[in-house]
Design a protein around this ligand. Structure first.
Ligand code: ANZ
Ligand code: ZN
Length: 949
């Protein structure tokens, strides 16, 4: 008879018991190795949790329980990121004080989390809005200020008209809208606090390599930091000023035919009296200030600009006088806000120069090596000037190609040949057409603006050649007028006419292909590397080598520039940490002394934003007016507050020592717990993870922490979508509340289901059928005691082997965050156990494997089996490697008959098990796509072939 699996009674009973016996309380226990497992702490929204939110919390719960059972002292805390716009906007909308709303929301979150049976040590709880917490956020700000990393700035910043506050670059979507409210963000000049995050850019880049983080997050961080290696070069203006440009291509300096300033550049303002077309210039400046950065960067829009009348510059490489423009495609905030424009080799400059009729001068020759006849290392290189001609028959649209014979057998080219003494390139082109095709009435249609080159070995001459080619497009109207081709020419090649679409594939070697492609796109700059031309003494030098040489020659400096901007750190809103600064007429900004921290956020009547660019705090006179901590004169408090990201930039440290009144974390506790061993969350590839790394490195520099990185390992979680495949949202009415699921099938079932859904990092839709499957599995586990053998009956060899394999698999999979395959290993185990029976001891081992996943049921069965201590403080079973050894084979997986990958499985695995592995392999599922499966051919131990409709 099956006992009824009464999840409600069981779960409630054990949750109370665990709480009463404090089995999850954490201490700094030097006897044990530590493990700090951390979730990205939530912002307690008014909506509460939906079933997607706990996915990461379930994973860390399993991981932390596993670590506890394998002998670690575990820190697995939870807290609240409760400052910031969402809390404040919610409060304004619902007409309650943000503090009251936050308290209520936290209570709700806690009750939701409690139902899931998590092992948090609530004694470590933190809340970023608690003055005892934000005291230390303010303390860090003061340290930053004192080290010169926090300062006031007056640069125009992003202003969100919806949220009525300034924002950091990180708070904007790619299209320039506010990440919170979707309003289009404007630029507004206003006083603000900024943190110099750029000072840490190099270290943040370099230290990424050693982190166990998903590669895509590291890449997102690299891109956000955006280091460009290049040089600064000084140009002299006719006004006597010197201006510095930043360039990634100093090798192209000889091709810089004009200079461009960002319209906002200070030298433009400074030199306004020299400018002869002042009105035009001022109009243009006004116009660009109104443009969004997004539009200014948009390369599909036509370039605009104005030449500065009366001002020229000198190119420091060749002494040439060049014109100076202002144009909004140059941004004031990047590099030095001024560029040397090289239209031949930069797309934006190319488009601009075409429009304004500025000289486009090629200085880099893209050069290909002929792979069929590569240059030989010991032969001398000879330069040759050549022409390459693509000839089109106007009547058929076909192109003339030459199939070569003899030593050049296998090569197919356009018509080509050398330029003789005294010949122009055009004359040479027509002469080659006549010689090689016998056509004398061809006309040149187009001369390509660029010279290209190929290096090859002319073995009959025992020399390497570097052929510089002018490229032409020619056309013939009437093919009748064809002269016989000389016998000597006929012997070395055959002329064939090819359709346009076949030309590219027919051409050999690569250089010929490149030329053809270039011919299709003559509206582009040449951005590739090569060797230099038109560059004085540097002609012929490789462009990479020429960079430093030219920079040195003109007295420039090799340097880096970064995309990452200063972190705009002030918000004109109420619900944030007050910035601990007093403004004094004589002393300027002065920090609040440490013994006066925290600067407590005062109570206000009106906490809605004022919209005039002032924080609501500015209206509270008796709070604002104070005395200067330095000189005692009258002073005014800073009324801007910190951004939402302040508290989360260091909160993980406070969990290590959350009640310490004297330090944000004691040295001993930090030494014991740091760094976070595993950090789990999604959605914060840059912002939070960049800010926290920056603050951590700063805290390292001032000797508060002992590690250079906060989060050694990061596991990125894939989200759970609603059953309809959309994001869960009130808007779509598809939100599932975890409370409902817990009432219906129990927390253990929901936990097992969410882990079994698929690979942890995948985004997967919720399925009620899947949930039912997890429940059936647990019901079978619940009845497993009926298969426990009497003490005098021996367990089968198969059960023993299966147990050890399962222990091994579950241990390794928890460590590797492969929870789905850990669950499936346990499912396979109970198949065997039900069939073969299992010993008392095996039963108790299995319960301990299950405990991290289904803590309530495991505890219930464990105690029912005569145990008096909690299963969660028991030791995780170890396996015997010899018994766990899997007899597995790797078999090929074909999709529609094509080999697409492989899976590793026992030779006797079923088709369903094989398909499960396929489903768990993202590269295979990607190849499978959505097409329905028509048939599966599975030969155990040999092959799996999936045929689709
Ligand atoms: C001359 C040049 C020649 C450039 C060439 C490129 C190619 P990344 O890679 O994004 O860092 N640049 C510099 N400052 C700029 C600014 N404030 N606004 C707009 N463009 C700016 O880009 C660096 C390149 O972007 C620099 O190198 C400069 O153009 C331009 F064949 O200098 B270059
Ligand atoms: Zn003062």
């Amino acid at each position: 008879m099956h006992r009824r699996f009464d999840h409600q009674a069981i779960e409630q009973k054990w949750q109370e018991h665990w709480r009463d016996t404090s089995i999850y309380a954490t201490s700094e226990n030097a006897e044990k190795p530590k493990c700090f497992v951390l979730d990205m702490f939530p912002y307690p929204s008014g909506e509460g949790l939906h079933v997607g939110h706990p996915k990461g919390y379930i994973a860390t719960d399993i991981y932390s329980r596993f670590k506890r059972m394998t002998g670690h002292e575990v820190l697995h805390p939870m807290g609240w990121d409760a400052f910031g716009l969402p809390a404040e906007n919610y409060a304004i909308k619902n007409k309650v004080h943000p503090r009251v709303a936050v308290e209520k929301n936290i209570a709700n979150f806690k009750s939701q989390l409690a139902k899931l049976g998590f092992d948090y040590d609530w004694g470590r709880e933190i809340n970023t809005t608690d003055p005892e917490f934000y005291k230390w956020t303010q303390w860090i700000f003061i340290q930053l200020f004192e080290k010169g990393l926090a300062s006031e700035s007056y640069e125009p910043i992003n202003w969100c008209p919806g949220c009525q506050t300034g924002l950091a670059n990180e708070d904007l979507e790619a299209d320039g809208t506010c990440e919170r409210c979707d309003s289009m963000v404007e630029k507004r000049p206003m006083r603000q606090w900024v943190l110099n995050i750029k000072a840490y850019a190099d270290r943040m880049l370099e230290d990424l390599d050693a982190l166990s983080w998903p590669e895509h997050i590291k890449e997102a961080q690299r891109n956000w930091i955006g280091r460009s290696q290049g040089a600064e070069i000084d140009f002299t203006l006719s006004t006597g000023d010197t201006t510095t440009v930043f360039t990634t291509r100093p090798d192209t300096l000889y091709g810089a035919t004009y200079l461009v300033f960002a319209p906002e550049h200070e030298l433009v303002l400074k030199n306004r009296n020299h400018i002869t077309n002042q009105t035009e210039v001022e109009e243009y400046i006004a116009q660009s200030l109104n443009k969004k950065e997004m539009d200014r960067l948009d390369d599909t829009k036509e370039k605009t600009g104005v030449k500065l009348g009366g001002i020229t510059a000198t190119n420091p490489a060749n002494g040439e006088t060049i014109p100076v423009y202002i144009a909004d495609y140059v941004l004031a905030s990047y590099g030095t806000g001024a560029i040397m424009a090289v239209p031949a080799h930069d797309e934006r400059d190319f488009a601009f120069a075409k429009k304004f009729g500025i000289e486009i001068r090629q200085v880099v020759v893209p050069c290909a090596e002929d792979t069929n006849n590569p240059p030989q290392p010991d032969m001398e290189e000879v330069q040759r000037d050549t022409v390459i001609v693509h000839l089109r028959d106007a009547a058929t649209g076909k192109f003339a190609l030459l199939d070569w014979h003899g030593t050049l057998e296998g090569i197919t080219t356009a018509i080509m040949g050398g330029i003789e003494e005294g010949q122009t390139a055009e004359e040479a082109a027509l002469a080659e057409i006549a010689e090689e095709s016998g056509i004398t009435n061809a006309k040149i249609v187009k001369k390509m603006p660029w010279i290209t080159a190929a290096k090859y070995c002319a073995s009959h001459k025992n020399q390497n050649r570097c052929a510089h080619s002018q490229v032409f497009l020619a056309e013939v109207e009437n093919l009748q007028a064809q002269e016989p081709i000389a016998a000597a020419e006929q012997a070395i090649h055959t002329l064939v006419w090819e359709d346009q679409e076949n030309v590219l594939s027919r051409l050999v070697p690569d250089h010929q292909k490149q030329i053809w492609e270039l011919l299709q796109t003559d509206e582009n700059a040449l951005t590739a590397d090569g060797y230099l031309m038109n560059s004085g003494e540097y002609d012929g030098m490789d462009s990479t080598a020429a960079k430093e040489a030219i920079v040195q020659h003109v007295g420039g400096r090799m340097t880096n520039t970064y995309k990452i901007r200063d972190w705009v750190f002030s918000r004109q809103r109420y619900w944030g940490e007050p910035i601990p600064i007093v403004h004094c007429q004589t002393c300027g900004p002065v920090t609040v002394p440490e013994d006066q921290l925290p600067v407590v956020l005062p109570e206000v009547e009106q906490y809605a934003p004022t919209g005039d660019g002032q924080s609501p705090l500015a209206a509270i006179d008796d709070w604002v007016n104070t005395t200067c901590p330095k000189c005692g004169a009258a002073g005014k408090r800073e009324t801007n507050t910190m951004p939402q990201w302040a508290g989360s930039s260091w909160y993980y440290l406070r969990f290590m020592d959350n009640k310490n009144p004297d330090a944000l974390v004691s040295r001993e506790n930090e030494k014991y717990w740091a760094p976070v061993d595993v950090y789990v969350g999604g959605d914060h590839a840059v912002r939070h993870l960049i800010y926290a790394r920056f603050w951590h490195k700063f805290l390292y520099d001032i000797d508060v922490v002992s590690t250079i990185e906060p989060f050694q390992r990061l596991e990125f979680l894939g989200f759970i979508l609603a059953e309809d495949g959309r994001k869960m949202s009130k808007r779509w009415g598809n939100v599932i509340n975890p409370d409902t699921i817990v009432d219906l099938v129990g927390a253990d079932t929901m936990r097992v289901y969410e882990m079994f859904m698929g690979p942890f990092e995948n985004t997967i839709a919720w399925s009620q059928d899947g949930l039912a499957g997890a429940r059936r599995f647990l019901e079978r586990v619940y009845g497993l005691n009926e298969h426990v053998l009497d003490g005098d009956v021996d367990e089968s060899e198969e059960t023993i082997r299966q147990l050890h394999k399962t222990i091994k698999k579950v241990s390794e999979d928890i460590e590797g965050f492969k929870f789905n395959t850990a669950v499936s290993a346990m499912m396979i185990f109970i198949n065997t156990a039900e069939k073969e029976g299992l010993s008392d001891q095996t039963y108790s081992c299995f319960l301990r494997l299950l405990a991290p996943f289904a803590p309530h049921m495991a505890e219930e069965l464990w105690r029912g089996h005569g145990q008096t201590e909690s299963i969660h403080t028991a030791t995780f079973p170890a396996y015997d490697a010899a018994l766990a050894k899997d007899e597995v084979v790797t078999i090929g997986v074909q999709i529609n008959g094509k080999a697409r990958g492989d899976i590793t499985l026992p030779p006797d695995a079923t088709e369903a098990e094989a398909m499960k592995l396929v489903q768990a392999d993202t590269s295979l599922t990607a190849k499978l796509g959505d097409a329905e499966i028509a048939k599966i051919i599975y030969v155990p131990g040999r092959i799996l072939n999936i045929l689709q409709k």
